[in-house]
Design a protein around this ligand. Structure first.
Ligand SMILES: [Zn+2]
Length: 211
């Protein structure tokens, strides 16, 4: 059991997709859990009139905070780096510094972050930044997001109880901006039912990171 867990989310919702149950279990056991959300999430609905950038960014933050508070991760343990969603590659150095600050001087820790092979470019930038963290005793695991429902050879699985699975589904649906609430942007993102089902399957998957 690590003394500290840091969950790195490229966008506000990845923390829940990747590690909701891991975070909940660790909080129950008294482990300090921190979350760093790297981008502002503004790219999910670029053309919504009712949800202009500032409103969308603020709401996405609230969604993450609300879900995390429910599992004992308070707002003070959640950092938003506010980097540009969809264009993180242009701010990779800033992301790297932000993540280095999050692990610096806090003792041995487990870091979970997206995978190098994720389909989303922001996720791959985050994976590369995490791979560059140098801290004695640091252990890193990756979690899959895109494509939803993929199988990872050689990964470890955390198996969810029915109750944990229901809690995770409720948590995921709390991200209403990502699950269909915003209807006035034809290019807007909404998780499909199939994706929601894949993201709330009976297990969370973590792979040892390739360095
Ligand atoms: Zn993401």
């Amino acid at each position: 059991m690590p003394r500290r867990l840091l969950v790195v989310a490229p966008h506000p919702d990845d923390e829940t997709i990747g590690a909701h149950t891991l975070m909940a279990r660790m909080r129950r056991r008294g482990v300090a859990v921190r979350v760093v959300v790297v981008t502002d999430g503004a790219a999910s609905h670029p053309y919504s009139v009712r949800w202009p950038r500032r409103r969308l960014v603020a709401e996405r933050r609230r969604e993450s905070r609300r879900v995390l508070r429910q599992i004992g991760v308070t707002a003070s343990a959640v950092t938003f780096l506010d980097l540009p969603d969809g264009r993180l590659v242009t701010q990779a150095a800033t992301a790297r510094r932000g993540l280095a600050r999050a692990v610096a001087g806090r003792g041995a820790a487990l870091v979970v972050a997206p995978s190098h092979s994720d389909d989303h470019p922001d996720h791959r930038v985050v994976a590369a930044c995490v791979a560059m963290l140098r801290q004695p005793g640091l252990r890193t695991l990756s979690y899959p997001v895109w494509p939803a429902g993929q199988k990872i050879a050689g990964a470890r699985h955390l198996f969810l109880t029915t109750q944990e699975r229901l809690a995770k589904r409720r948590a995921l649906l709390t991200y209403r901006t990502q699950t269909g609430r915003i209807a006035d942007d034809p290019q807007g993102f909404a998780m499909t039912r199939r994706q929601i089902a894949a993201f709330t399957s009976a297990q969370e998957t973590f792979a040892e990171r390739r360095r």
